[in-house]
Design a protein around this ligand. Structure first.
Ligand SMILES: Nc1ncnc2c1ncn2[C@@H]1O[C@H](COP(=O)(O)OP(=O)(O)OP(=O)(O)O)[C@@H](O)[C@H]1O
Ligand SMILES: [Mg+2]
Length: 406
């Protein structure tokens, strides 16, 4: 499974310059399978998750459309106030654990008409057998003009083919176009990785909708297609589906069993047997929190998960005592072979209690108004106190996550 080893974000709202994990330029450890970002209101947690979604939107819809999404409000509202430079990203990833890491740089600025456009793109990789030294570019495009090296080779290797590139549409990412060509397997793989990221904004009310027919292979961002996703899983593997519902029922408090029944019009209904009641309930009757828990547990049953899953404040609407269990479930899921990487923002002490110092980052804001990101394992005293048996949530709430670097 592909892994995000690190990401640097510059000039994206209050994220003037923050790095999560390893890049070619720093020596930080690579990102773990499960990560949580905590921090006071307004420090940039949602901006961080949105920055990940922004990359996918740039790839899919072009950079101007990505900036103009209603919650972003255009390039100038997105770029860090008072800054002149482009919005920049540096994404370091590895296609498989033994593959050489690849780093993607992207710069987005506005043209003289104020339209967002791509000003810079580069893909780099180290040559085979070289753990150190300068990585070599196999794609570099500046202001619409550049070069790409075909196949797996770098520019110094025999057989590499240097092809000039001219981007006529400056809204479109070069990796979006070149990634569709068979000549560029590394670009295709990276493009698939980036476009596969999944950000969850679960809306219980939407999950209650019952479409007439249809089957979707994955749960979508809001959970609106919950019923269709269930239909897909049931169609693919009927006995597996029954077992999955049994597993999930055990994890939701107050629920004895979950069964599926076919309505006369062929819709798939979920029948919940609730403690203390004789007659069953259906998903329309279930509480927001129960549906949310169900959605997360179903997400974790996806046999072909997204490479990276981002979830904002999963604790909202869930009983605190459930959260350390949910945290442990996310960890187990992320650890499975082929499991996704999971990034969560949270204000919940219980959730953080399930994590280790290597899995938690704290965001705060300096006097300059810019966000700073710090891994809790790098805060003096925290690893020792954790090793001594103090859970992370308690350390956080008892104010051990000061922001002084060691
Ligand atoms: N263009 C910009 N330049 C600088 N700062 C910005 C820009 N746009 C928004 N901000 C700031 O970014 C912050 C937004 O933070 P964000 O919503 O990511 O916080 P959060 O950590 O998710 O908070 P909460 O816990 O309340 O959800 C706000 O403080 C806002 O003032
Ligand atoms: Mg937020």
């Amino acid at each position: 499974m592909a892994i995000l080893e690190g990401i640097r974000i510059q000039n994206y709202r209050a994220l003037k310059d923050v790095t999560l994990g390893k890049t070619f330029e720093n020596k930080e450890p690579v990102l773990p399978r499960l990560m949580a970002v905590i921090g006071a209101n307004g420090t940039g947690k949602s901006s961080l998750v949105d920055a990940l979604g922004f990359l996918g939107d740039c790839l899919q819809d072009g950079v101007e459309a990505a900036c103009d999404k209603p919650h972003r409000g255009g390039f100038e509202r997105l770029r860090t106030q008072g800054t002149k430079g482009p919005i920049r990203f540096e994404v370091r990833y590895r296609q498989r654990s033994l593959a050489r890491p690849i780093s993607y740089s992207l710069g987005i600025d506005c043209d003289k008409h104020g339209r967002a456009c791509v000003v810079y793109e580069r893909l780099r990789q180290r040559r085979k057998g070289e753990a150190r030294g300068q990585p070599y570019s196999f794609l570099e495009i500046k202001d619409g003009d550049g070069v790409v090296w075909s196949g797996q080779a770098t520019k110094l290797q025999e057989g590499s083919k240097r092809i000039p590139v001219k981007m006529t549409d400056r809204q479109v990412l070069g990796i979006s176009t070149l990634g569709t060509l068979a000549d560029h397997p590394r670009i295709s793989a990276f493009r698939d990785f980036l476009s596969g990221w999944y950000l969850s904004y679960f809306v219980p009310q939407l999950a209650r909708t019952q479409p007439m027919t249809g089957a979707d292979p994955h749960l979508n961002q809001t959970g609106e297609n919950l019923a269709k996703y269930l239909q897909f899983v049931e169609r693919e593997n009927q006995s597996g589906f029954r077992e999955m519902l049994e597993r999930i029922a055990k994890k939701i408090p107050g629920i004895r069993t979950i069964k599926h029944v076919k309505a006369p019009d062929r819709r798939l209904l979920l029948e919940f047997q609730v403690q203390g009641y004789k007659s069953p309930f259906y998903q329309q009757d279930m509480s927001d929190g129960t549906l949310k828990m169900l959605a997360y547990l179903l997400l974790m049953e996806d046999p072909d998960p997204a490479p990276l899953i981002g979830i904002e404040e999963p604790e909202n609407g869930l009983y605190p005592q459930l959260l350390d269990k949910l945290g442990a479930e996310f960890r187990e899921y992320a650890k499975q072979p082929g499991g996704p990487q999971i990034l969560i923002t949270t204000h919940s002490q219980n959730f953080v209690d399930a994590l280790s110092p290597e899995e938690v980052w704290i965001l705060d804001k300096g006097a300059d108004g810019f966000s700073r990101l710090l891994r809790t394992a790098d805060i003096r005293g925290v690893p020792e106190l954790y090793e001594a048996g103090l859970p992370m949530g308690s350390l956080w709430y008892s104010n051990h996550f000061g922001t002084d670097k060691p």
